[in-house]
Write a protein that binds this ligand. Structure first.
Ligand SMILES: Cc1cc2nc3c(=O)[nH]c(=O)nc-3n(C[C@H](O)[C@H](O)[C@H](O)COP(=O)(O)OP(=O)(O)OC[C@H]3O[C@@H](n4cnc5c(N)ncnc54)[C@H](O)[C@@H]3O)c2cc1C
Length: 405
């Protein structure tokens, strides 16, 4: 008999409740402070590490959870607490996923644990793909990686921008072009070990939202790294480049795109966490705020807003869970379901947080209440990991097969 269920099992519920406790007791109370400070909340990352929430093991367990929804459940709860702190705690996973997706077993075993450090000495990692002239168009990367055969070293030069944890990371994963003529197919990812000469942090950005998450430029000036720091190894890269030069189909997947594709439902789940948090604040407020002698929720205009908010949050979650389940079960994303989930969840977070501000009236506009922060935080979810326009482009191409530009 075929069964169908959307109920999380006992394991998923246990993780959800555990993370919810951490989000409610540790993350949410600290959110306003770290938003104002615009600094990485190291003590909270450390606390997460001590509890086992900030560790490779924890993410690996959630990623391989057979239900397929381990990661979205974890992300939603953490980001329900706060998105800036949530990203400070989870930003490392983008670099870790790049290693897991493209690295050899040896590279995974050596580098992935180092990215998190230990509970007594926590570290973060950064994934650096975007450049000043290559944002949505990742095929336009200019950062060059040149192989020095005599020394078995790679030499990297270029400027990366918008890197989460850029410059403060223990390990940086950098996407660079090895053969510029091949565009995205001529790119590879490289591990930059801690303390490597020539890597420095450029400008640290002052941001509209997710301000507890560090975002900066990373400058690579004659950065020399050992040959074994090429993710996947040289043999594999050479074979991939040869296929690409022959114009063969499937001549190597784009390293950056592969990473983004694997992480899109997880990013959608973060947006849902923000949306749900703002919705809950607005629902409570609407039930208690009295105008014209009755709680404002008794006005259909306000109640319908809340009905739309809740409906969109649940719809977004279903899309995210489907995409995440598909990824874990190796289903082909024929209609770009991963992009669909991120598109809809990101737009939902922006919509719901704006509605929440409106329901709170003047209070919604102040920092006495968290919804203005949630609205600022939500705005990144239609930009990073592929803008909403790029998600639509990917979906439109997938459903049509047409070369839509
Ligand atoms: C806070 C933050 C954290 C980030 N973290 C990271 C990170 O850790 N690592 C990393 O590598 N990058 C990171 N990014 C970069 C992020 O992924 C890029 O900002 C994003 O991909 C958009 O690129 P862009 O800013 O250059 O915008 P552009 O690509 O210049 O886009 C500008 C506008 O044009 C639209 N547009 C562009 N091309 C098309 C098209 N073909 N069709 C329709 N519309 C189009 C876009 O949708 C957008 O609205 C981060 C960015 C921010 C702001």
């Amino acid at each position: 008999m075929t069964t169908f269920s959307l109920d999380p099992g006992p394991d998923q519920i246990a993780v959800r409740d555990w993370l919810h406790g951490f989000a409610a007791d540790v993350v949410r109370p600290a959110a306003a402070e770290w938003d104002e400070r615009e600094e990485t909340p190291w003590p909270i990352i450390q606390e997460a590490a001590k509890l086992g929430i900030y560790s490779l093991d924890f993410y690996a367990q959630q990623f391989f959870d057979p239900s397929g929804v381990g990661i979205p459940i974890a992300m939603e709860e953490l980001f329900w607490g706060d998105a800036g702190i949530g990203l400070a705690i989870t930003g490392t996973t983008l670099a870790a996923v790049a290693v897991l997706a493209n690295g050899t077993d040896e590279q995974i075993g050596t580098w992935a644990p180092q990215m998190f450090g230990t509970p007594d000495d926590v570290k973060v990692a950064a994934f650096c793909s975007s450049e000043p002239d290559a944002g949505s168009d990742v095929s336009a990367l200019r950062t060059r990686a040149v192989y020095d055969q005599a020394k078995d070293e790679w030499v990297l030069n270029g400027t990366k921008t918008w890197a989460t944890n850029g410059g403060i990371a223990h390990v940086h994963v950098v996407v660079a072009t090895v053969d510029p003529e091949l565009g995205a197919r001529g790119q590879a990812s490289f591990l930059i070990p801690p303390g490597t000469k020539g890597l420095s942090q450029g400008q640290k950005f002052k941001k509209h939202g997710i301000r507890a998450s560090h975002t900066a430029e990373v400058v690579l000036d004659d950065v020399r790294i050992p040959g074994h720091c090429l993710l996947g190894g040289k043999e594999k890269l050479d074979a991939r480049l040869a296929r690409a030069r022959e114009g063969a189909k499937g001549g190597g997947k784009n390293a950056a795109m592969a990473t983004f594709e694997a992480s899109r439902p997880a990013v959608g789940a973060q947006a849902i966490g923000i949306a749900r948090a703002a919705y809950e604040v607005a629902l409570d407020y609407a039930k208690t705020r009295v105008q014209f002698g009755r709680p404002i929720i008794e006005n259909q205009g306000v109640a319908f807003q809340l009905a739309d908010m809740k409906t969109r949050i649940d719809a977004a979650r279903l899309l995210v869970w489907r995409a995440s389940w598909m990824a874990v079960n190796n289903q082909p994303f024929t209609n770009a379901e991963g992009s669909m989930s991120k598109l809809y969840a990101g737009e939902t977070a922006k919509f719901v947080t704006a509605q929440a501000m409106q329901i709170l009236g003047g209070n919604g506009f102040t920092r006495e209440y968290p919804v203005e922060r949630m609205h600022r935080d939500s705005a990144i979810y239609t930009v990073f990991e592929g803008t909403s326009e790029i998600q639509r482009l990917v979906i439109a191409r997938a459903i049509s097969g047409a070369p839509i530009r």
